[in-house]
Ligand binder design. Sequence first.
Ligand code: SF4
Length: 200
Amino acid sequence: MADQVDDLRRAVAACRLCAAHLPNPPRPLAAFSSRARIVITSQAPGRLSHESGVPWDDPSGRRLRDWLGIDEGDFYDPQKVALLPMGFCYPGTGSSGDNPPRRECAPQWHGRIEEILPRERLTLLVGTYAHKSGLPRELGTTLEPRIRNALAVPDGPIALPHPSWRVVGWMKRNPWFADDVLPVVRERVAHALAAAGSEH
Ligand code: SF4
């Protein structure tokens, strides 16, 4: 299994599949191992992460870690947490924010990586692109019902809004998210981390 994981990591690092559509040479930012009990699927790295080479290396990442109740040590440990955005490379910025993740990326990589992840894992879908990919449409076509309905599915993926600066106003208008959702999210994350820790 270790060879398979290493091969996959090398293949991801060497990927140039959509290079012609990226504003910079590809710099895939994904992290995974065969032990990661938590999988965070999000949009795509932002400019700061592209420059540093560290995913979620920005205020959004700090907010996400706070929501999950997880420190940097665990968050950046691929033995515990897999980071699999819908697009592994920074897609550039348009007039209304970052461009969508490149559509070639998830079909190219997610299935192959999911094959080596533990069968029992907690998946967190962060932001609309990840929701659309990972949740059945019946759970809701807008953010609020999607978050609530996904949380009610036992052992299902958890849906979270994207933790960018835009979410600050949304959280003020939707206090139920901090009051009702985040405590459950933190409990499930802590449980998955404890399971990952017990295997070491
Ligand atoms: S975004 Fe994905 S598919 Fe495109 S070059 Fe980067 S790793 Fe490859």
